[in-house]
Design a protein around this ligand. Sequence first.
Ligand SMILES: [Zn+2]
Ligand SMILES: [Zn+2]
Length: 175
Amino acid sequence: MQLHVLQDLRRKLGSLSEYELKEERVVAGDLVLRDVSGTVSLLRTDRGLLATIDATAKLEESCARCLAGVLAQVDVRFQEEYVPLMEADTSARIYLAEDDEAFRIDTEYWLDLREGLRQYILMSEPSKPLCRDDCAGLCPVCGADLNAGPCSCQPETDERWDALAGLKQEMDEGK
Ligand SMILES: [Zn+2]
Ligand SMILES: [Zn+2]
């Protein structure tokens, strides 16, 4: 997910180049992606390169009910402008306004797509992935995986409710 873009930066305004993305595993901050494949095109702009990413990947997640590992399919489509830290021809340092939040191409002319990817996926990831549609989840009392069968603490739950009911009765009587 890192492209060496010195040649792209030396192209004239409006030039377009395309790269294939294909990586088995990408770690983007706290996200882990598998089987990333797609394309990225780079359009030379007056400031830098406008990257258009069109890819698919599988995001490592946990089932929202039982916490088992899940690979969630994600489509990744975003466009970001990347601005170099140094001029490609003169190596002169390029300074941006303090509040300019553009992604930067580093001083060795590497364009790193991972942070953009991470931000995009965080905004668009499926909110509650399930290991399967009918996942039974975990018992809220003992934490047992109910996909493996019922747990043994069901009676205890009932006793608790009895205790609570008794308490409520005492309170009512005390009034
Ligand atoms: Zn599950
Ligand atoms: Zn249980």
